[in-house]
Design a protein. Structure first.
Length: 239
């Protein structure tokens, strides 16, 4: 008895089914892989949080200045690779997180983790200013110490647009590294996955000039910023 093979139509049907299943499953697998990277990143950032606590013990309970803040934490880290996110392996260890420096260009000023006694034009804190005392931080479990960020220093969504301190500071360089959001390290050492619109704005990223834009590359409007009482809860260590 002669064995019957597949007809062309049957083969096309099988190929179509495989294509449909691939279209459905590949995004699922991609999100699962990214979730695994996010968990690793969370673990790494918790180690950074522990390093901050050890730094405080050695430096009279004061946070580090913003200038080279990761380098200052380095002696308390097992490896500088703990500063790296597996979703962005191309970045060197000293990039990828933004230290909350606050902003003094509005009233009341927004206190971060460095003193506002030394200011640059426009109310931007000097990164060489001394760190604030741990005792001065209000509600540390809700205060952002360092989110995943596309510049070294970060701040509230009321700071000026553009790049400062030689490109090291941006108030708008939010990240969406892990499935539309990123990890955020808080002052008490815990790490939480959050979307920028929860604590900052609907900014998707900044362009080459430090201008905040949406996912289509269009400058964001003032309605993209979260309400002041919300962002102050996260960014203002006096609030």
């Amino acid at each position: 008895m002669r064995r019957r093979g597949f007809t062309l139509i049957e083969l096309l049907v099988v190929i179509a089914i495989i294509a449909i299943l691939s279209a459905i499953l590949f995004p699922v697998f991609s999100k699962a892989r990214e979730k695994a990277r996010q968990i690793t990143c969370t673990s790494n950032m918790r180690q950074v949080g522990l390093a901050v606590r050890m730094y405080l013990q050695d430096w009279d309970e004061r946070y580090p200045p913003a200038s080279y803040w990761k380098t200052r934490l380095q002696p308390y880290m097992k490896s500088v690779d703990l500063f790296k996110c597996p979703s962005r392996p191309q970045l060197p260890w000293y990039y990828g997180h933004g230290y909350n420096i606050g902003y003094a260009g509005i009233y009341p000023p927004v206190y971060g983790f460095i003193e506002l006694t030394s200011l640059l034009p426009g109310g931007i804190p000097n990164p060489n200013a001394p760190g604030r005392s741990d005792a001065s931080i209000t509600s540390p479990s809700s205060k952002i110490f360092a989110p995943e960020w596309d510049r070294c220093n970060a701040g509230p969504p009321v700071g000026p647009v553009g790049l400062f301190h030689g490109g090291a500071t941006s108030y708008w360089a939010v990240c969406r590294v892990h499935n539309g959001g990123s990890n955020v390290l808080f002052a008490d050492g815990h790490v939480k996955f959050m979307r920028p619109e929860q604590y900052h704005s609907n900014t998707d990223h900044i362009d080459a000039n430090g201008i905040p834009v949406d996912e289509n590359g269009n400058p964001i409007g003032p309605d993209a910023v979260v309400e002041e009482q919300i962002w102050r809860t996260y960014w203002d260590t006096n609030y």
